[in-house]
Write a protein of this length. Structure first.
Length: 162
């Protein structure tokens, strides 16, 4: 009996340890807002990626607060993408996570659908926090293509800052 209880306790402790090891790291803290020169570099790289693929995009960069720092709308980009790119950037900054993570939670259904009831959430890939020096200094949002295309263009902009 003692052996069984000890074995159960040991297995439980191991299970809890494994669960704790799998817990995601907390998101980075906010830092000072991205500079205009850094924002321009990211936007230029994102626009180059879109142009290379013949995609028309609206590209936004916001501060950690979600306030707009820079916006670029490529020729012939659908007008709705102006607002959507800014919304994606704002969501990524203020919720401290890529909008793709929110899209995946909603796609999973069940409790993930509760995100649809929260103000200022956009659950569509294409918004990515900008992390420099381990701190969120802003976010980029892209719109105009499919969700994966928007994400690819955003990632090119983020990568230019590394």
């Amino acid at each position: 009996m003692r052996f069984s209880l000890a074995l159960i306790a040991a297995c439980t402790a191991l299970g809890l340890g494994a669960a704790q090891a799998q817990a995601p790291a907390p998101p980075p803290a906010y830092g000072e807002p991205i500079s205009i020169d850094q924002a321009r570099k990211a936007v230029d790289a994102a626009a180059a990626e879109a142009k290379k693929n013949n995609w028309q995009m609206a590209i936004s960069v916001v501060a950690p607060s979600g306030d707009l720092i820079m916006f670029h709308r490529m020729d012939n980009t659908q007008f709705a993408s102006t607002t959507v790119s800014q919304h994606k950037a704002r969501t990524a900054a203020t919720f401290k996570r890529p909008t793709k993570a929110l899209e995946e939670r909603v796609a999973g259904g069940g409790p993930g659908l509760a995100l649809l009831t929260i103000d200022d959430v956009i659950a569509s890939e294409g918004g990515i926090p900008i992390v420099i020096g381990g701190k969120i200094v802003g976010a980029m949002g892209c719109s105009g293509g499919t969700s994966p295309q928007d994400g690819q263009v955003c990632q090119a902009g983020i990568d230019a800052l590394k």
